[in-house]
Design a binder for this molecule. Structure first.
Ligand code: CA
Length: 224
């Protein structure tokens, strides 16, 4: 899941981005309203965290501009001011939810999870494929009832494939939703991560779940 974080205070932006990355989200940071609109036009974000007080265009303007051009990405607005007016302005502008600074990181994570769930009513919290279980609430993964330790990025990749189980997932799709804009499309990063995942998920099992379709992408499915 890839998030655009729009926040002009570098320290705040870095703390939030670091925490989100530790929780398996890919994060791009935009430091003003213009950059935010540009980033959202070239990337397909799963969610936007949008500060209200920004240079150039404020969060309300950014929100209105996104909705005006038909962008339906879920938006969570952040503000230091907790007035009713602000909240109503945010919803009027097309925001989906609202969080007042200062907030706890746990609360931010909970709101993000709720918005991502709402955006995709058909997606369950727990994915099961054969004896593989991926719990998107706790980020726990197990196979044949044995817990598997994954890094944040390995987990993000597996969850992305699990959400599309049985479908061919292209490298472009993976790069767009699992990695941020520092991703180098000419690198073999995705292959490296797929190999690590395969080792952890499939190596000790007769039934393989991770499959490569050469030159096309990857599929998570049970094959005997
Ligand atoms: Ca700000």
């Amino acid at each position: 899941m890839r998030i655009l974080l729009v926040e002009d205070e570098p320290r705040m932006a870095n703390v939030i981005a670091k925490g989100l990355r530790e929780n398996s989200y890919a994060v791009d940071i935009a430091e003003d309203g213009d950059v935010a609109l540009y980033q959202a036009s070239i990337n397909d974000y799963d969610l936007i965290v949008l500060d209200v007080l920004l240079p150039k265009r404020d969060g309300f303007e950014v929100c209105r501009a996104l909705r005006a051009r038909g962008d339906a990405t879920p938006i969570l607005m952040l503000t230091a001011r907790a007035t009713v007016d602000d909240r109503l302005n945010g919803f009027d502008a097309g925001a989906d939810d609202y969080l007042t600074k200062p907030f706890s990181f746990r609360e931010l994570l909970a709101r993000i999870r709720a918005l991502l769930r709402r955006d995709s009513q058909l997606r369950p919290d727990v994915f099961q494929l054969d004896d593989l279980v991926v719990d998107s609430g706790s980020h726990r993964v197990s196979r044949a009832s044995r817990e598997i330790e994954l890094t944040a990025k390995e987990y993000a990749l597996l969850e992305f494939l699990a959400r599309r189980a049985g479908q061919l997932v292209s490298r472009t799709d993976i790069a767009a939703h699992v990695w941020d804009d520092s991703f180098d499309p000419f690198s073999n990063t995705i292959e490296v991560y797929m190999n690590r995942l395969r080792k952890k998920i499939d190596d000790e099992h007769a039934v393989k779940l991770l499959h490569t379709r050469r030159g096309e992408g990857y599929i998570l499915e049970s094959r005997n």
